[in-house]
Design a protein around this ligand. Structure first.
Ligand SMILES: Cc1cc2nc3c(=O)[nH]c(=O)nc-3n(C[C@H](O)[C@H](O)[C@H](O)COP(=O)(O)OP(=O)(O)OC[C@H]3O[C@@H](n4cnc5c(N)ncnc54)[C@H](O)[C@@H]3O)c2cc1C
Ligand SMILES: NC(=O)c1ccc[n+]([C@@H]2O[C@H](COP(=O)([O-])OP(=O)(O)OC[C@H]3O[C@@H](n4cnc5c(N)ncnc54)[C@H](O)[C@@H]3O)[C@@H](O)[C@H]2O)c1
Length: 453
């Protein structure tokens, strides 16, 4: 006998937890199904612990900048407080009691186990079958995408989960993939004394972002003593008692005590019964409409939708689904001003289109670039002042469609530009407003002056 409920949410990561909690608070009968930990990847193995590592690494880097600026400082890295903070503060030793109670406290019912669609409006989970009155939400997130490098499937490589739960830093670390996960974790470990080599297949780090961003991050990592190999393809991996050997197509062999594979993520949608509702389980992601609807009575949020693997995207989409299920008014999903922040030092903030993407769309593009070290605040800041502001204007409409803000507070400086892209603020208006002196964001004014085809 199937149990009747209003909504079943499969996967209780940031997206699923938000939509399930919101609907339960609204008085619906909601079942949240979770195979691992309520809260998902972000608090236990991703955003939160990685940012704790980065915060610690940044403290060390700032202390190392004291000579010549403020006296002398002796810096002795110790991983123990970082590992303890991740275990005790961030993850409760990877125990989700608090998160589970948060959901049940809102009136939801948590079912532990793997959820699976069993036809339209039906979900099997935890040995039970649920039939929904309003709908099912798929929020099953993503897992690491492992590239088909010969030998990789038979060696004990690290994923992000091992990298953020390590009790001590490795002596040396090979990082395969120079995207957000790769560069953030590479720099954090290097600052604790690990000898790090980053291997990226494309011709630059952070290849999805502006070329200036990847070039800057590569230069800074190089200055900090990391080895960076771009346009480098791995042709094989070996593992023995001494660690890992990564063989590149060029013939070069790189070695490391550990190997972190950070080559992207893959939505968890292959084994959730999509075929039982007429959808393709081999699809790369779930195609949604503006209300996140995949099929009648079936919504999707978060990494499974392919709109950007970010917690803020998962939560944004979750709110849209909550409104749709409750019949509340509100705008459709709009990704024009999707913000990204890569928490390297310098941070790389980005919103909207890159120059390349804007040109590909056929827009009449003007770009403006301002370097942070030559701004007043950058010059004052001195050590650690690397960064820039790059603007992408749709000159036909006189509005910004993209921006990148790299620098000591790049992720924060981004906010004003995200508003400008979202609200289509005329560039002429941005040019004639007042920018506080001497802030990092004043470089936006410089970049606006530089806008040209
Ligand atoms: C190292 C790292 C750092 C990151 N840092 C940031 C950052 O700083 N900022 C940011 O915005 N994003 C960051 N991200 C991305 C962010 O973690 C994800 O975008 C976010 O967790 C996605 O949320 P989600 O709800 O879609 O899925 P997930 O967090 O993946 O949660 C999905 C949940 O569904 C469960 N599940 C899967 N299949 C089933 C099933 N069949 N039945 C029941 N349960 C199931 C899983 O166990 C999981 O708990 C980072 C990612 C990584 C790897
Ligand atoms: N600060 C943040 O918000 C943050 C931090 C970490 C991760 N994330 C999210 O998680 C997602 C996954 O991160 P990621 O870094 O794993 O993926 P990614 O897609 O951002 O980067 C993966 C990188 O690996 C490279 N690559 C792929 N195959 C390769 C191979 N065989 N050899 C060498 N390089 C290879 C790609 O060219 C790419 O540069 C990100 O896209 C982002 O959405 C966000």
């Amino acid at each position: 006998m199937a149990e009747q409920v209003d909504v079943v949410v499969i996967g209780m990561g940031p997206g699923g937890e938000h939509v399930a909690g919101r609907l339960a608070e609204a008085g619906l009968s909601v079942v949240g199904v979770e195979a691992e930990l309520v809260g998902g990847e972000c608090p236990y193995w991703a955003c939160v612990p990685s940012k704790m590592m980065i915060r610690a690494g940044n403290l060390l880097a700032e202390a190392r900048r004291v000579p010549g600026m403020a006296g002398s400082a002796q810096v002795t890295p110790d991983w123990a407080p970082v590992a303890a903070r991740i275990r005790d503060d961030a993850t409760d030793d990877w125990d989700d009691t608090v998160a589970a109670d948060r959901f049940t406290g809102k009136g939801g019912r948590l079912v532990r186990g793997r959820g699976r669609l069993a036809g339209p409006g039906r979900v099997e989970a935890g040995g039970e079958v649920f039939e929904v009155r309003r709908g099912v939400v798929v929020a099953t997130g993503s897992r690491p995408q492992i590239p088909p490098v010969p030998g990789l499937d038979s060696v004990p490589y690290w994923t992000n989960r091992d990298a953020v739960s390590a009790k001590e830093p490795p002596r040396s670390l090979l990082v395969l993939g120079g995207g957000a996960v790769g560069v953030e974790l590479a720099q954090a470990y290097a600052r604790f004394g690990t000898a790090v080599t980053v291997v990226e297949a494309m011709d630059r780090l952070l290849p999805a972002e502006e070329p200036e961003a990847g070039e800057l991050v590569a230069r800074v990592l190089g200055d900090e003593g990391l080895a960076v190999r771009t346009a480098a393809r791995a042709s094989g991996v070996r593992h023995d008692g001494d660690g890992f050997t990564l063989v590149l197509e060029s013939g070069e062999e790189l070695t490391g005590q550990q190997l972190l594979v950070a080559t992207g993520r893959r939505p968890n949608i292959t084994d959730i019964g999509l075929e039982t509702v007429g959808l393709d389980p081999a699809a790369r992601s779930l195609r949604t409409d503006g209300r996140m609807l995949v099929a009648p009575g079936l919504w999707a949020v978060g990494d499974v939708t392919g709109h950007g693997a970010f917690t803020h995207v998962a939560m944004y989409e979750a709110e849209i689904v909550a409104r749709a299920v409750l019949g509340e008014p509100g705008p459709d999903a709009d990704y024009r001003a999707l913000p990204r922040a890569t928490f390297t030092d310098p941070e790389v903030g980005a919103v909207g289109l890159t120059e390349h993407q804007a040109r590909e769309k056929g827009l009449a593009v003007r770009t403006g670039l301002a370097q942070l070290p030559s701004s007043a605040r950058g010059w004052i800041h001195k050590a650690g002042n690397d960064g820039f502001v790059k603007l992408v204007e749709d000159a036909g409409h006189g509005v910004l469609v993209g921006a990148t803000t790299a620098g000591p507070a790049g992720g924060e400086v981004l906010y004003g530009l995200a508003v400008a892209v979202q609200a289509r603020v005329p560039v002429d208006g941005l040019r004639h407003m007042i920018y506080a002196y001497p802030t990092f964001h004043r470089a936006v004014e410089d970049a606006l002056r530089e806008l040209r085809p």
